[in-house]
Design a binder for this molecule. Structure first.
Ligand SMILES: [Zn+2]
Length: 86
């Protein structure tokens, strides 16, 4: 029993060290010298479909007639939004 408490105390100490040395944020630093405003395009989220072969969710930016699964590489005919029902 004493051994377990000792082990837990060591673990606690290790955790405190880890927490103390951990940086405040994991966000990557952004270059501060870019003061010129840049133009970006707002894009709709896209079209999500589930691969029937590997069940992997895929996201297409545009509605295209054929889609390719990023996971298994298979290409499928897409039921375009204007034809979809349900
Ligand atoms: Zn797939």
């Amino acid at each position: 029993m004493h051994k377990i408490i000792e082990t837990l105390m060591h673990a606690q100490k290790a955790l405190e060290v880890l927490l103390g040395t951990r940086p405040a944020t994991n966000v990557e630093e952004v270059a501060p010298d870019s003061d010129e405003s840049e133009l970006v395009d707002l894009i709709v989220a896209g079209y999500e479909w589930i691969c029937p072969t590997c069940d992997m969710p895929n996201l297409e930016i545009e509605a295209t007639e054929h889609v390719t699964c990023w996971k298994c590489g298979r290409t499928f005919e897409a039921n375009l939004p204007e034809h979809a029902y349900g």
